[in-house]
Design a protein around this ligand. Structure first.
Ligand code: TMP
Ligand code: MG
Length: 214
């Protein structure tokens, strides 16, 4: 049985990620692949509840401490993800370690420091980075009330995502980080995402799961 693929969607707030992960899971199912959605942060765990309180500003945490909690929130489910992949189930992740780096580095934490706690996590077979111009983002509905949902932070995060893309290429070669314009209609973006994913589904069957930053 071919293994499942690990497919990550990344992007700024209001890039349409949540809509697209749902559509991607539905499309994979329609094409005959078993697929499961995993959202990061996973707010349902004990660690996830601490993260949720921090994001809603009902708790304050040191920048390093919250960075490590986001990473721990990925580590606490890496075995479940690896089991799914081995069982032939494709995992679609709404954010992953790349958000962890971009958001913390945007606050001024050292980039290499930000990268290190996720070392060894399952390596995404492909990461689709939804891009949106600041102008289009501003035209979409207002930001929510959570921490980081403001123009200054999002601009700084965008710059860090560009560095993350370079780092992925340096460590893991070309083709694992794919930019998808999120400017078009939901259907256009969905079509472009599927265009990038369908080849990955064929390719991963005989490849072992890699390790991030290794
Ligand atoms: P969400 O809006 O997709 O639920 O993500 C919550 C916020 O947490 C979002 O602003 C991005 C941020 N974030 C981090 O700062 N570090 C991380 O590791 C992850 C996964 C998200
Ligand atoms: Mg959000």
């Amino acid at each position: 049985m071919p293994r499942g693929a690990l497919i990550v969607l990344e992007g700024l707030d209001r890039s349409g990620k949540s809509t697209q992960v749902d559509r991607l899971v539905a499309r994979l199912n329609a094409e005959g692949y078993r697929a499961r959605l995993h959202k990061f942060p996973d707010r349902t765990t004990a660690i996830g509840q601490m993260i949720d309180a921090y994001l809603r500003s009902t708790a304050e945490l040191d920048d390093h401490a919250i960075h490590l909690l986001f990473s721990a929130n990925r580590w606490e489910c890496h075995s479940a993800i690896e089991k799914d992949l081995a069982d032939g189930i494709t995992v679609v992740a709404d954010r992953y370690a790349f958000s962890g780096i971009a958001f913390s580095a945007a606050k001024g934490l050292d980039f290499t420091y930000c990268l290190s706690p996720d070392t060894g996590l399952p390596l995404p077979d492909v990461t689709l980075y939804l891009t949106l111009s600041p102008e289009t983002a501003a035209q979409r509905s207002a930001y929510g009330a959570e921490r980081y949902e403001n123009v200054d932070t999002q601009t700084a995060v965008r710059a860090q995502f560009a560095k993350v893309a370079e780092e992925v290429a340096r460590w893991h070669g070309d083709g694992r980080w794919v930019e998808v314009s999120a400017e078009g209609s939901v259907e256009e973006v969905e079509r472009d995402i599927w265009g990038a994913v369908k080849g990955v589904m064929v390719r991963v069957g005989d490849e072992p799961v890699g390790r991030l930053w290794e």
